[in-house]
Design a protein around this ligand. Sequence first.
Ligand code: ACM
Ligand code: ZN
Length: 766
Amino acid sequence: MYKQILTACTLSGALLFHSCSAPASKQEIDIIPQPKSIETHTGHFAVKNNQTIGYADAKLEPAARYLQELLARGTGYTVNVAEGKGDISLSVTADQGIPGAYTLEVTPKEVRITGNTYGGVISGIETVRQLLPPAIENAANAGRNTEWSIPAVSIADAPRFEWRGFMLDVSHHFYTKEEVKQVLDLMALYKLNKFHWHLTDDQGWRIEIKRYPLLTEKGAWRTFNKHDRGCMELAATQDNPDYLLPESKLKIMEGDTLYGGFYTQEDIKEIVAYAAQRGIDVLPEIDMPGHFLAAVTHYSHVSCSDKPGWGKMFSSPVCPGKDEALEFCKNVYSEVFGLFPYEYVHLGADEVEKTNWKKCPDCQKRMRQHGLKDENELQAWFVKDMEKFFNAHGKRLIGWDEILDGGLSPTATIMWWRNWAGDAVPKATAQGNHAIITPNFTLYFDAQQDKKTLRNVYDYEPVPEGLDEKQKSCILGAQANVWCEWIPSFERMQYMTMPRIMALSEICWVEPSSKNWENFRDKMVAHLPRLEEMGVNYRIPDLEGFHSTNAFIGEGTVEVSCIAPGIRIHYTTDGSVPTEQSALYTGPIKVTETTDFTFRSFRPNGKKGDMVKTRYVKSEMAPATEAPAAEDGLKAVWHEYRGSSCKEIESAPVNGEYIVPDVRIPEEVKGNIGLVLTGYFDAPADSVYTFALLSDDGSLLYIDNELIVDNDGPHSPREVIGQKALAKGLHPVKILYFDYNGGKLQMQAADINGVTTPFPASCFKH
Ligand code: ACM
Ligand code: ZN
């Protein structure tokens, strides 16, 4: 299996180690995130049996043990650990830089890692790990006759941000202790150092609280919900077992099949210690006052009414008007504080349904008592009351950016996620509050992936424009969040997060001026064999060479490629799901009739990628219309539409009409948006035109009354590309688009690699 990758990947730097005796060349070094400076020297350090890892300070012993485990696993060698100098030596200097910086010196005689903190030493260890062949990751390689060499280098490295985070939601679906440890392993490999553990939500309570046993006895288990059923359906329609609920997370009780699981307090301590050894702080989140259904259902005296359930958008929150409810929240957190040594704790406080509070006499009494003018202020009062309690126990509060609504305390840190609340970070940092950047539209790794997603993460700049230096210094860093409604298995979670974690790692570590997409993409490909050795179910990079609709005149050629090594591509033309028994793509395919292809890539171990459908349409040059001379721009009609399909927009009432210069949302259009743009596309010449329609949420493109791009349905920003052969002149065009709360709409010309450029405004007429 592994050999196959080697032959297919001659350019992959990480693999050249196998044949190395020459001086270390640039190609051999594919470190993610990119170090600040690398100097290569002649020769290698060889890892051999019975070497010693020395540590300068007893505090570094866990780091030495960690490296010992990494080295012993793949080599099968005995690796010793001892205080003092060794063949590999670890030490810490009292450097004032951002925690995580390190220097690494590799000579043929020794390896020296000097961190500015414990975390800095771990960063150095991860660089050494990535300088070793990928085979080091796999115990199956132990005892093989491999040369375990590390190229001679001097590296001086430091992170851009102190906060390099990853959030895992274990409530919507549950991940075991061993699975969480594997998440921490991957985080460490890519120098991520804050593990945000979303432990509770409406769909399941996952942490043992001794004082309130029902939270886990009952709150950790549920009958299948709509997401569980949806996942099982996807397992069938997508032919993907990773969408199945693992049997180990099911149990039968009183005749019902229940889904769930939780961590005992001993499990939590074990995971926190495991993370600490890898230089990772664990940030627990017990989400309240909303997203608290798992608690209010089983302890209903903490809710406003004794019938907690669902409101219009969100679940019944805790009742901040009742003293016993506040006491409940604080008792829960008292136990949490004892399990998590990290100074920060996350209160959640997102998406609160406040209608119950309006009706609740206790809530209204609390508001009168404290002069609070509305329920937003009641929420702010609750957050501040909890923050006082946190602070009294030596903890600092983080909350989702909703904690700004109704007034923020001067010391809380916001976690910005609502990209539609664009003023949250400027506002919070202007007050001197710290912010962690986790926007929904780029850094939510539960969003489905396409050709652009990895690049979108890589290109993302966490510091918003327009902040002054003082505000900038309030940005602690960035974090990706993975919400697991649609991610029922650990395999699926790895698929959604890798390789995006690599891009996250770079934006958290590397200065914007040092970023380089092409270099990063090559390094990402070079890292796939390492993930293969680690058994990580990474997502295969997208197949390239086609759009969702492709037009040809006469005879077309279908040419498909994948940048990842060792990938096999199978396809069907009858709409069925490709399997490993379907036709194997071996080279360009000629088409003379309109043909629908379904492609699917397979990893060397048989694991499947996404299915991609593409249509090759045999075309005639569509004649231009004899429309009367037209004016510039497109006509835009705004309908008051709040729904989930472009096809319904035109039956909604009209709010206004506008002229736009090209495909865009008119400035005046906000809130419930159903938009219909009509006019002509003025083709400058006879040609096949490629239309890239990008929208958040759905959109449709018709040209000459033919559907060319179907990008409909609720979704985050997504681009779909279609083609049509057009004769020079005017062609009727219609674009439908819907969104709630201000999204995105753009149509550009695309080349075969998906690179887009704007159409000149002269192409749009009405
Ligand atoms: C969130 O995504 N509700 C923080
Ligand atoms: Zn209440």
